[in-house]
Each structure stands twice: as structure tokens, then as C-alpha cells.
Design a protein around this ligand. Sequence first.
Ligand code: URA
Length: 219
Amino acid sequence: MDEQKDKQKELEKVAEEIRESDLPLKESATNLVFGKGNPDAEIMFIGEAPGEKEDLQGVPFVGAAGRELDKLLHLLGLTLADVYIANILKYRPPNNRDPLPDEIRAHTPYLVKQIRIIKPKVIATLGNFATKFVLAKFDVESMKRIGGISFLHGKPVHIEADGLDFTVIPMYHPAAMLYKPPLRKVIEEDFLKMGEFLGLETRKGEARKDKPLTEFFQP
Ligand code: URA
């Protein structure tokens, strides 16, 4: 518990650093969207960028994609007390456009700070941008050398980068199944495989309703 509190304090300092910075996209955004979940989690999820709902609430994954992510977590019996969730970009890009290389370059040092504090054993990357950034070992210039999510999804990769040691599990972004419904089955299978990799007792095809997704920590 003490370690959790220390990590939470360290995360708060990073969030404060961002608030004091003049990061690209800050001017057009409503709120900083830093992260949510348990700072001491062994599993960290990394998404792309806040959307409209996230921007308004200052919390990642609270819109339609977030509801899908919640269902996928339930499939594994996980709640926000078991995971930490953050994004590549800390502020919403206008009209949810793709992140630009300069924005990724400016925002990701804070994501790497979050990863260093949390020290997750497993990082599940959601979608192409997060997958490429983490598999490129946090080097934005090398992202273009990494394959696409349709080839990489569901296959764990062990990474040693910057003194950190973790397993990456690339995943389709949960929003992908909203515009391509046949991907739902693929994404659910990938999550179930991740559950097996983590040694979790999963319930195939059945969301767990006994664990509410209410507990969360946020700086
Ligand atoms: N999509 C993301 O990648 N992140 C969010 O926080 C919300 C939607």
C-alpha cells in the first residue's frame, strides 16, 4: 500500500510537470488526460489519444471505446484496481485526428515517466500508435520500422528498453470493433489469450459482473 501511495505521488508530480509545460495541443484541449487505475498495477494499457468525452472529463477511456475496454477487462475478471491506463498523447488532437510525429515526440517522454514509475510486467498496447511506439523501444524515429497491428496483435513480445524489462502484448484498439464489427471476436480472443498469458482465470464469452469497475485512482 505504501508503495502504491509513493507511486501515486510520483505520478502526481509528472501530471503537474505537464500542466506547467506548454505541450502541443494544450491550447486547443479542455483538460489534461493523464491516466487512471492502480499505480502499482502489473498490467498497463496504453491507448492513442483522448477523444471528446475524455477531453471533457480529463479521464482516459470514458467514451464509447472506454465502454468496450471495460467489457474486455471484465472478460478477464479485471477491474481498474488491477490495471493502469494511459495514452500516447496527453491532450486531445482536434477532431480526433491522428497524432503527428512532433506531438508524439513531445508527449511521450511523460508516458515513459509513467511507465518508469508504474514498472508494469505487461504492457498491452491498444492500436497502431501505441504498439509501434513501445515496440520501437520508445524511439519515435524507429516507429516506421514496426509492422502494423493486423500482423502483431495478440502475440507477446519481450522488451528490454532503457533499463526496463516487460512483455508487450499488442492489441487492436477497442474502437476498431465499433467501426469493424467482425473484429470484436478477434479482439475478445486476443484478450482471452492475454488472460491465459497472465495466468488469470477467464470466463470465455461471459463478462464478470461480480467485480464493479468503480475503484480508480487519478492524479
Ligand atoms: N481512445 C484512446 O486511445 N484513448 C482514450 O483515452 C480514449 C479513446
